[in-house]
Design a protein around this ligand. Structure first.
Ligand code: SAH
Length: 354
């Protein structure tokens, strides 16, 4: 039994089964045994790889989209240049490099990072040493400034609740115990107010997921953008009004049992962008756009050709493969989506239609 299994079994014995959200929060963020608290999960040696780790082009293009949104809103100064869940700091480093030539952008920007993992904060401090970032445990302490924000593969890491429809009610996914094993189960049926609107589009037996943590964060960001100006680029796998069981564990780039060895695998779920958009009102939201289309609109092919000119051999092949991986429908191009948030009266960030 892993130490975290022991802790969770003791808690279940005492207080009964826990929601999937509680279970995920322990597995990901437990201060001693949580997945993010204890390791750097990114890259070939880790459990998964993300777009900024695949190619510098991803951060460059997101940075230029954000900088153009800043110019379109009159280049407010000062403003918060913020990232949620910055991983190794690669995306923010690429954003800063690409926006160097945007007149006034760096002088006006204060870099703010929302990150709970001490291990990844240390990595971010190394990659962003020159930028003087300020770290936050949560979005609530971001400054009251125009907010220009990116979040890549952040929302998928937030705890979700999951329920299966039973008539006009729902049975919630709970984590219980069988001897010294953790096992998933379903609660007795009850009404779940956050899922009231899902009675319209679901049938008996359908599974739906919702993330109170995600809607809470989206509400805060949306309110700040509506009040002070700014824009957010939210990139993740998921869809509009997600349906079905998307809860999964990933270890060493392969699917794993999410209930065995808690704290040692990444746990994620697809993001329901509709829930984020609704929570972010009164900020406006762009149309949900696939990552491939978004990056193509911003000129990734031209940028890729320019970079390829300076490369040869294996480096050039890797670069071509990275371009394909970010944009091709069979790779990340279609599964990953981008949604922009922006204030009433402003244009959406470039690459995203209203
Ligand atoms: N954006 C990075 C890393 C994605 S991994 C990239 O694209 O490479 C998810 C990131 O979110 C990690 O940095 C993780 O530590 C952070 N994270 C997860 N849950 C969080 C939470 N509740 N609050 C703040 N950061 C969190």
């Amino acid at each position: 039994m892993t130490p975290l299994t022991q802790i969770l079994i003791a808690q279940i014995t005492e207080a009964g089964p826990m929601t999937l959200a509680e279970y995920m929060a322990h597995c990901l963020m437990h201060p001693q045994h949580g997945y993010y608290a204890t390791r750097d999960p990114l890259g070939a040696a880790g459990d998964f790889t993300t777009a900024p780790e695949i190619s510098q082009m991803f951060g460059e293009l997101l940075g230029l989209s954000l900088a153009q949104a800043w110019l379109d809103q009159g280049a407010p100064s000062p403003f918060a240049l913020a990232e949620l869940g910055p991983g190794r700091g690669t995306l923010m480093a690429d954003i800063l490099r690409a926006t160097h030539a945007v007149h006034g952008f760096h002088a006006a920007a204060q870099v703010h990072l929302v990150e709970t993992s001490p291990t990844l904060r240390a990595a971010q401090a190394r990659s962003l040493a020159g930028a003087g970032p300020v770290w936050h445990d949560a979005v609530q302490t971001l400054p009251d400034l125009p907010l220009f924000l990116v979040a890549n593969e952040f929302f998928d890491a937030l705890p979700i609740r999951q329920a299966q429809r039973d008539g006009a009610q729902w049975r919630e996914r709970m984590v219980g115990r069988d001897g010294d094993r953790l096992i998933p189960g379903l609660s007795a049926p009850s009404t779940l107010p956050p899922l009231a609107h899902r009675l319209e589009d679901t049938q008996n037996g359908d599974i739906v997921e919702f993330s109170p943590a995600a809607t809470h964060i989206a509400a805060h960001i949306g309110a700040q953008i509506a009040q002070h100006g700014g824009a957010a680029l939210i990139v993740d796998y998921g869809d509009w009004r997600a349906l079905g069981d998307t809860f999964q564990a990933l270890r060493a780039h392969a699917a794993a049992d999410p209930y065995a060895a808690p704290g040692t695998a990444d746990l994620t779920a697809h993001v329901d962008f509709e829930a984020l958009a609704l929570a972010a009102a009164p900020a406006r939201h762009s149309r949900l756009t696939t990552q491939g289309v978004f990056l193509e609109r911003l000129g990734i092919t031209q940028r890729a050709q320019k970079l390829a000119g300076a490369l040869s051999g294996a480096a050039r092949e890797a670069h071509v493969a990275a371009h394909r991986r970010l944009t091709h429908p069979a790779e990340m191009g279609t599964l990953f989506k981008v949604m922009g948030l922006y204030p009433e009266g402003a244009a959406p960030p470039p690459g995203l239609p209203e």
